[in-house]
Design a protein around this ligand. Sequence first.
Ligand SMILES: Nc1ncnc2c1ncn2[C@@H]1O[C@H](COP(=O)(O)OP(=O)(O)OP(=O)(O)O)[C@@H](O)[C@H]1O
Ligand SMILES: [K+]
Ligand SMILES: [Mg+2]
Length: 670
Amino acid sequence: MNRSMMKKSLVVPAIKDSFLKLNPLKMVKNPIMFVVETGFIITLFYTFFSPDPSLRPFHLAVAVILLVTILFANFAESIAEGRGKAQADELKKTKKEVKATRLDSAGKKTVVYSHELRKGDVVFVEQGELIPGDGEVIEGIASVDESAITGESAPVLKESGGDFGSVTGGTKVISDHLIIKITNNPGESFLDHMISMVEGAKRQKTPNEIALNTVLISLTLIFLLVVVTMPFITGYVGVDISVPVLIALLVCLIPTTIGGLLSAIGIAGMDRVTQFNVIAMSGKAVEAAGDINTMVLDKTGTITFGNRMASELIPLSNRKKADIYYWSKVASKDDDTPEGRSIITLIDNEEALEQQLYENGEFIAFKAETRMSGVDLADGRKVRKGAVDAVKDFAKQHGGTIPDELEQIAVGIAEQGGTPLAVAVDQNIIGVIHLKDTVKPGMKEKFAELRRMGIKTIMCTGDNPVTARTIAGEAGVDEFVAECKPEDKIKLIQKEQSEGKLVAMTGDGTNDAPALAQADVGLVMNSGTSAAKEAGNMVDLDSDPSKIIQVVTIGKQLLMTRGALTTFSIANDIAKYFAIIPAIFMLAVPQLDVLNIMKLGTPDSAILSALIFNAIIIPLLIPLAMKGVAYKALSSSKLLRRNLLIYGAGGVITPFIGIKLIDMLLQFIS
Ligand SMILES: Nc1ncnc2c1ncn2[C@@H]1O[C@H](COP(=O)(O)OP(=O)(O)OP(=O)(O)O)[C@@H](O)[C@H]1O
Ligand SMILES: [K+]
Ligand SMILES: [Mg+2]
C-alpha cells in the first residue's frame, strides 16, 4: 500500500473530482461550504448585473476567490478519498472469479465458479490454486500466501482446529492441499467488506462528527443573522455596504477552514488505520478507539509471543521419567493445539517410547472452560493434562490425594513466567509439563505510554495466578485476572462499561467472540476464526494483537486533529474582523481606524486579503489534516492546554501575518 499523499496519480483525479463536487445537490451535505457556494453564485450575479460597472473587477475578484475556496475544500476531501479508492482498486484485482472444486457429501468433485459457492459448501483447494472464498479449514494443513490481502509476503500455515483455521478468499495455497468449508455467501466476503470500507462507500458520519457539525452549523446560522442585520446598523451611520462585501464578511466569519477539512480529517483517520494494515469496519470504531478508558488484553499471543512450547517434562518423585513421557504423549496424541503439538515434538525429539500407545480411546479436546485435554481410554481409564488446579480437581474427583511436591514444581515454573500443565491418569498425578512463553520486548514501554494516556490495562488469562502475576509484572500491566474463562472476559468488560468506561479488547478465538462483540472496540486477528471476525469491529491483517495500542493512538490523534483544527479555524476569524470591519466603516466612521491595526492598504484590498487568506489556509492545512497532529501521550487536560496554546494562539496570530503579507502583495501588483 502506498503511503505517498501527493502523488500525481492521486492529485489529477482529485482535481477533477473537486469540480464534480460543485454540484449543489452534493454540496448541501456540507452546509458551511453550501453557504459559500450560494455566496459565490450571488456575487457572480452582481459581477454582471451590478448597477455600478466600476465595481465589477472587485466583485469578480470576490466571486473567483469564493469559487477557489470551495474547490480547495472539495480537493481536501477528494485527495483524502483518493488513497482509499486506489487501495480499493488494488483489492478489486484480487477479487477475481476463480474455478473451485466443490465436494458433495459423498466426496464427489465438481468444478464450479467461485460466485456459485454458498455458505456451507465444501471445497478442495490444491497447491497453486486460489482459495475461492472465505472459510474454515476442515481438513488438511498447508501454507497459504496471503500477500494479496495482508501485503505480507511470508506464507502462513493454515490447518483445521484451533485458532488458525480461517482462510480468506483470493489468497493462494502454496503447498499441499486444504478442504475448506465456505462461511460466506457471495458479496459478503471479507474482501467485499474491505473494499467497501477503504473505498468509503459506506462512510457514515460518526457521532462525534455529527455533534461538531451541529455546532458549526449553529455558528454559521448566527453569523448569517449578524450579517443580514448588518445593513440596518451600517445604514444608521450612513454606510452603504454592497451585497458582495456582506458575503465576503460572512464567509470570513463562518468556520470555513474546519468546514472544508472536516470530512478529510475523518477519512484520513480511517485511512491511517488502513495503512497500518488494520481494517476498521466503521469510522465509529476508530473514533471509539480514541476515547478508550480500559484495555483488556489476553496474555498468550498478545503480551507474550504466544507459542507456548513444551520445554521440559518433570515427573513427580514417586514416578519414573518414562511415565510422564508416556502419559503426556497419550494425552496429546490428538491434541491439535500448538501446545499439544509442541509436547509431541519434544517427546519425539528426546525419548523413543518403547510402549505402544493406546489406540482405543475417545479424544477429549482442549476447552477453555475445562482448561484440560486428554483421552478416555477403552479400558475405562481417563488421562488428562491441563491447568494445575483443573487437574487437581479432576484427580480429587477420582478419589486421589494431591502430592505436596506438585505445588512446588508448578509454582517454580509459574514464577519463571511459564505455564505448568499437570498430567493425571484418573486419581494419580504423574508429573508436570513446563510450557514456556516469553514476554514480547518493549511491552513495558507500551503499557507505560497507555498509562500516561490515562488508559487502564487489564490482562485476562486462563493461566494460573502465579504465572499471571509474573507475566503481568514483567509486562507492566495495571491489573490482571487469572484463571479466566471466556465468560469472565465478558463480565469484566460489562463491569467496566457499567462504570461508564469505553473498553477495547483484542482476541482471535471463537471463545473470544462474545467478548469482542461486547467491547466498544474489538480488534480481531486476521488469523482468527470467522466467528471472531464477525463479532469484532476491526481486523488486524498482520495478526499482531499488541497493535491495539497503535489503533488507540490513531483514534486519539483523529479526535485531537479535529479539535485542533476547529480551534484553529475559529481563532483564525479574529484577525479577519480586524481586516474587514475597519474596511467597511473606514470612510463613514474614521475613528474606527484604530481597529485597522494591520494597516492594510485600501478597503478593497483588506477585504480581498482576508478572503484570500481564508481560502488558502485550507490547502495549507491539508497535510496536517491528513497526517494528523503530532500526538504525545499526555493526560487529556495537559493535551487540551497544549493544543489551545498551539492551535488557539497560533490560530489568532497566523492570519494577522498572512493577511498583512497578502495585502502587501496586492498593493505591490496593483
Ligand atoms: N492443549 C491444552 N491442553 C490442556 N490444557 C491446556 C492446553 N492449552 C492450554 N491449557 C491450559 O488451559 C489454560 C487456559 O488456556 P487458554 O488458551 O484458554 O488461555 P487464555 O484464556 O487464552 O489466556 P491467555 O491466552 O491469556 O493465556 C492454560 O493456562 C493452560 O493451563
Ligand atoms: K472563515
Ligand atoms: Mg488464548
